[in-house]
Design a protein around this ligand. Structure first.
Ligand code: ADP
Length: 255
């Protein structure tokens, strides 16, 4: 069944994920989408700031009640990444890449961030809040200085103005497609699509955690639980958390 999405549109909000959590507290559930023109406290992983300037991007969070076992809930970050990739290809004509655990890149720069949160309330189904931020109309100078090094937008990549509502609608449509695939066929189809879109397979990478290089190796792919598989000199390691950088031509590590 396709989801009857209910889009709640805000001008300005602290964060669409926080609002989604408040809405869950008020009894809202599956299919509610919180979209805002700007976020004043948008966040990425580890509470890192997500720059969400007014009307510059597609800033939204989706509430889902997935029909999968608990241990598969985190796989929805891959569902989100492939859905964004398909939507951007369809609406902006842009071929993007995905990067573990939950980034969408264009030309090696971050186009979109994804943040998944699990919400367990007493006597209620487990829910996911899927936060998605897609940079749309920014020029490089519009980003904070630290972000300018690694970010891009649909406008920068395509040279065109993109209708943000069209992109949002397409992401929601593809979310339905890939959520259903995960529920009905398991992780394999989503995993296959993610690996086709991956910018990492076979590449030399570095895993960084808490600012420290943890591991160097070659990215192999993802496991059935979403862990990143890395070939190191000591064998294959499974990575479940961390930031990945790819080795550049000069031997340094980027993004
Ligand atoms: P993800 O979980 O998507 O990797 P992060 O937690 O890395 O997200 O996202 C936060 C980081 O992304 C920030 O530390 C900042 O460097 C960068 N960032 C912040 N805002 C943006 C943006 N609008 N576009 C691209 N990168 C951004």
């Amino acid at each position: 069944m396709t989801t009857a999405w209910e889009i709640k549109q805000y001008d300005s909000i602290d964060s669409t994920s926080l609002e989604a959590k408040r809405l869950i507290g008020q009894g809202h559930g599956h299919g509610v989408v919180v979209s805002a023109r700007t976020q004043t406290a948008g966040r990425g992983r580890l509470n890192r700031v997500w720059d969400s300037a007014a009307d510059a991007g597609i800033w939204f969070s989706v509430i889902l009640e997935p029909d999968v076992p608990m241990e598969q809930m985190s796989l929805y970050s891959f569902v989100a990444a492939v859905a964004v990739a398909e939507a951007v290809r369809e609406t902006a004509g842009l071929a993007v890449q995905v990067k573990w655990p939950n980034d969408v890149l264009s030309g090696g720069r971050k186009l979109c961030g994804i943040l998944l949160e699990l919400v367990a309330e007493r006597n209620q189904p487990l829910r996911i809040i899927m936060g998605i931020g897609i940079n749309a109309s920014q020029q490089l100078a519009d980003f904070p200085e630290e972000v300018q090094q690694k970010a891009t937008s649909l406008a920068l990549e395509t040279g065109k103005a993109i209708d943000r509502n069209l992109v949002l609608d397409a992401v929601l449509r593809w979310l339905d497609v890939y959520s259903r695939q995960l529920e009905q066929s398991g992780f394999e189809p989503v995993k296959k699509r993610w690996q086709e879109l991956s910018c990492m397979s076979g590449k030399a990478i570095q895993i960084v955690r808490q600012g420290e290089a943890l591991l160097y190796g070659t990215a192999l792919g993802i496991a059935d639980d979403g862990a990143l598989l890395v070939q190191t000199e000591h064998g294959v390691e499974r990575i479940i958390a961390g930031d990945v950088s790819l080795r550049a031509a000069d031997g340094g590590y980027v993004v």
